[in-house]
Structure formats: C-alpha cells, structure tokens
Design a protein. Structure first.
Length: 596
C-alpha cells in the first residue's frame, strides 16, 4: 500500500539520535501496550521523525546543502542525557556515556511490543544529496551532480563450546501449525483462499498459520528458500515446508526459549545459524547458537557466545554469514566462527586509538563499521573489509566528521548509505573492491527503500526495496499519492540512467535482478492484489511486464501483515510476516506461497 511521505530514520551507526526516554524496560520488560492496528505496506508503519542529531552547525556545501568540511567542534553525541538501558534500568556510566545495544540508542520494541510506538520504515531521504568525504578526495571522483568500553572476549574459558547436538536443547516435535492444506496438527483448512479466483490471477499454492505467541507479540525473523524447502522462524520455532505443495519438509524444531537472532544469509550448502535466549528473565542473554540444515532439519553444532568486556554484553546480537564464516556482533565488538564447525576464528575489537566496532555486514563481503575518536575534533565513522577467514583488514575507508554510516544497500557492488542530520543531507556512495570511493549519487530525489530496525536493533543490511547489479543501483521514489517510480542510477558516475513508473497506483519496490531484468514488487491496493513485474535493465523499452498477479481474495492478508518479508524464487512469490501480534482471537497467517 502507499506509504506516507517523510518517513523517519531507523537507528544508525556511530552517533545515536536523540530519543525520548522509553516507558519501562526494553527487551522483554512488559508494559501496558497501546495496541497498534495492522498496517498495510511493504514493511513497517510510520512514526514521527525524531529531532535532528547532535553534530556541529552546518557549513555551505555542494548542491546548496551544508557540506562536511571545517566544522567547529560541538558537544558530541556521547555527552547527551542518558536513556534507560535494555532492561529498563538506569544507564550505566561508560567512557562515552552511550547506551547499550548494537551501536544504537535504546530501541523501541517491534510492533505490538509493550509501551513503545512502532518503528517506521527508516527512510532518511529528508534532505538533499551531499558529499560524504573531504574535498581533496572528492576532487578525484566523478560526481554526478557504543560504545562503552574496550571490547572484550577471547578468554579461553569463555569460548563457545562447539559440539554436535546430541544434547536435545532445540527439540523436534510435531508441528502445531496448521499447514493450510488440511494435513497438519491444526486440522482441516478452514479457508479456501483460492475461492473466487479470477482469470489471470495467481494461485495460493499453500499457506501456513502462525504458532501461538505471547499477548505482547513475538518476532518471526528470517525466511530462507532453497530449491526444496521454504523455512521460517517464528517465536520459538523453526518450520519448513516443501516449496511446491507446502507439505512439512521436516519436523518443527522448538527451542527452549525465544529466537533472538538469525543469519539472513545461508551458506552455499544451505545451512543457517539461529540464536535463542538463555532464559526468560530481564537479565537473559541472546547467546545460544544452533546450526541448522535447511533441507533436512538436521541440527549441527551448538555454542554459547562469550561475553565481551564491561557493557559489551550479549543482551542482543547480530548474526551474518560470509563464505564459511559466521560473524556474531555484540554492542562494541564481534567474534567470528567457522560456520561448519563452530570453532572460533578471531575477535574484532577496539583498534587504533579509539575505534570501536559497532556493526557488521555479511554476504559477499565481511564488513565492519566503527565509531572513532568520539568527542574529539577527529570524530568520525569508518568502514573496513575483513578477510572472513583471518580477520585481517583488507582496507579502511574514513567518512568525514558528522556523517553516520547507516546501511549497506549492496555488498557487491558495495553501496553504502549515510546521513548527516545537521546538514539535513544524505549520501549514497559506491566503493571499489579496494575500498576507495568510486562515485556518489547526485540525483536529488525523495527515495523510499524500506529500512527496518533489523532484528532486535539496528542492522546494516535491514533494507528492502533496493537492488543493485554490477553497474546500476535501483531505488524506489517516495509517492505521496498514487504511483511511484524506480530510478536506475549509474554506479560509475552517480547519474540517473532511466526511471519507470509503477503500473498501478501503488508503490513499486525493487527486489532483485535476474536474467538481465529487474524484478519488482507492486504493493496491493484495497481492491487488487499485489503483483510481481519485470523491467528490462538494458535497451529502450522500460514497460513493466507482469509475471504474477496476486488474487484479490487475499488482499487483506497480503496488505495486513504488520511487517513482512518477500522473495521471488523459481517463479514463486513467498510472503511471510516478521512479527506476530499474539493478542488476536483468530489464527494469524505466518507465510504464503503464490504461483501459477
């Protein structure tokens, strides 16, 4: 559905944004919630924008916007009033007085969580494009128009115990989920979602209902599609279904406590890692790891993530896979493991005089963002690429003072999105394989990719609705009313190549490129299902061709997920929720598969 304009920022890396104190605790601390209604759209509902950041006054810069140069020193983001910690306790003092979390200020919980407003989509295109690096370096480009303390970890007695899962901690059980085809423990299918399907509309191949969740809701992170199985996490469970008919592929895995992090990526041989809590108290940590084979459900090694130094806890973590390396990110450090064995490979801790790793990204490259020299005139963010096997730094790229690295739109090619609140400016930079700046986007446009909070906090790779190939970046514009557009941007010089309008009055969002075409998702309207379209990336014709038209009969389901994950694989469209409301009287839908 069409999203409102001017959506707010979602977290950030390095310098946090001011936020009003939360009501009550963070992770797992119940408060009476205002129940937010389901929202339509491709991602999260919106919230009011927070106040601008704490950086220095703006100076004149390119594009008529303030630039990143010669700024006078101002009180930095680490001297700001402290916020409640993740357990609802007063913030503990640290050298930078920065709140806990994966490089973030205290975050509201997901939609339906107690006492907090729902997050927005994370659109921070509230200003104009500006340069993110100094004039000396920018001249070489073709321009088209917290951390509390030194990170710890590594003590021998804290290493994860990698072992085969003879220990039955995640248990296998018969699935309580109604598989939607009448063959599961949930009983006969109470609905016929294909009833009244019109000519040309896709079929609902199968659908699944969600497990029961607590009254204040639960997370349902991750969705992985192989050539055999579609796998989904929901609260304490991992469920798998045959991609063609939805029949259970293997017995549901039920963990002792709720799932708190997952690897968005899967390995080349279809393995993932799931993290779950070690208890239910406010002091419980997200530190239990389990490797899973997506095709068979076989449980591989298990491990416990070691704590870092003071304030570098595992209250929440982020997971990513690069090749055969699993990276586990804490609030100020990271630890890498061999994803096939669970053996520890290396730690990524504080480096230089005062650079603290605050976020990691995986996939084609293992990337780390660090916050450096907080409170000094040299304060800045920087990015590094690490060798995933050894942790050796391949390159380091510094961003100018005042710029916050927020998202990695693509790891290969490497496209980075950053913002400068005082300048009311954004920047999208493309970096080369050696970490040098290749180009910076200069298209003055209100772009609107959907960038959520990530799972339990910020995530460099938490953006949907953006795609890239070797030479082109594809971004959706924001639509205040009616149709939006997708803009293709040349990564060689940052200039616009072409743009195409959505074929419907609802927003069209890039998903991926395949076979020389861009695949996009057109969101549903009140009386028409969404659709999958393809757009030629070369040649002169840009007319979207419909690949799959979702039926009108499932509009309420398709548009009703509070937040959702989508994928297009082998001619099938997969749609799943990433948040369970938990307080509904009727069964929630967990996942649907559409096809011809």
């Amino acid at each position: 559905m069409t999203q409102p304009p001017n959506q707010p920022p979602q977290g950030g890396f390095g310098a946090p944004q001011d936020q009003p104190p939360q009501q009550g605790g963070g992770f797992g601390a119940p408060q009476p919630p205002p129940q937010a209604p389901p929202q339509p759209g491709y991602g999260y509902p919106q919230q009011p924008a927070p106040p601008s950041g704490p950086y220095a006054p703006p100076q004149p810069g390119p594009y008529g916007q303030p630039g990143p140069y010669a700024q006078p020193q101002q009180p930095g983001p680490y001297g700001q009033p402290q916020q409640p910690g993740p357990y609802g306790q007063p913030q503990q003092p640290g050298p930078y007085a920065q709140p806990q979390g994966y490089g973030y200020p205290p975050q509201p919980q997901y939609p339906g969580a107690p006492g907090t407003p729902p997050p927005g989509s994370g659109n921070r295109f509230k200003g104009k494009p500006a340069l993110v690096i100094g004039a000396a370096v920018a001249a070489l480009l073709v321009i088209g128009g917290t951390v509390f303390a030194v990170a710890g970890g590594g003590d021998d007695d804290k290493k994860p115990t990698a072992q085969k899962s003879d220990d039955p901690k995640p248990s296998a059980s018969g699935s309580p989920i109604n598989p939607g085809d009448g063959s599961g423990a949930g009983g006969a299918d109470p609905e016929n979602l294909n009833e009244g399907r019109k000519a040309g509309e896709a079929k609902v191949l199968w659908y699944k209902e969600a497990p029961d969740a607590p009254g204040d809701g639960a997370d349902a992170p991750g969705m992985w599609i192989t050539d055999k199985t579609a796998v989904k996490a929901a609260y304490k469970q991992l469920v798998a279904y045959n991609v063609g008919d939805g029949a259970p592929s293997w017995d549901t895995i039920t963990f002792e406590q709720k799932i708190c992090a997952v690897t968005p990526q899967k390995t080349a041989d279809n393995k993932i890692v799931v993290a779950y809590m070690n208890g239910t108290s406010d002091r419980a940590e997200c530190n239990q790891l389990q490797e899973i084979d997506l095709n068979t459900g076989a449980k591989g090694w298990t491990g416990e993530v070691e704590d870092g130094a003071l304030f570098d806890s595992t209250a929440s973590i982020e997971l990513s896979i690069t090749g055969k390396t699993l990276m586990v990110g804490r609030s100020q450090s990271g630890t890498a493991y061999d994803v096939t064995t669970g053996k520890k490979l290396f730690d990524k801790k504080k480096y230089g005089t005062a650079c603290f790793p605050t976020a990691f990204a995986g996939g084609a490259r293992l990337l780390v963002v660090a916050s450096c020299d907080a409170g000094k005139t040299t304060e800045h963010d920087e990015m590094q690429e690490l060798d995933p096997s050894t942790g050796k730094v391949k390159w380091t790229q510094k961003f100018d003072k005042g710029w916050t690295v927020e998202h990695v739109y693509s790891a290969d090619p490497l496209v980075v999105y950053s913002t400068n609140d005082d300048k009311n400016a954004w920047n999208i930079s493309t970096l080369t394989a050696t970490g040098t700046f290749r180009s910076q986007v200069a298209v003055d446009e209100d772009f609107a990719p959907e960038c959520g909070w990530g799972f339990l906090g910020g995530d460099l790779q938490a953006c949907e609705g953006v795609a890239a190939d070797a030479n082109t970046l594809y971004l959706p514009t924001e639509a205040t009313t009616g149709a939006n557009e997708i803009v293709a941007i040349n990564l060689a010089d940052g200039k616009e190549k072409w743009r195409v309008k959505s074929p419907a009055d609802e927003s069209m969002l890039p998903m991926k490129t395949e076979g020389g075409k861009l695949v996009a998702y057109v969101q549903p309207s009140y009386d028409a299902g969404g659709r999958i379209v393809s757009i030629p990336t070369t040649g002169g014709t840009r007319t979207p061709t419909t690949l799959l038209q979702m039926p009108e009969g499932t509009v309420d389901i398709e548009s009703g997920f509070y937040s959702k994950d989508v994928d297009w694989v082998d001619g099938r469209f997969y749609l799943s929720t990433t948040r369970l409301a938990g307080d509904t009287d009727k069964k929630e839908k967990l996942m649907l598969a559409y096809g011809k």
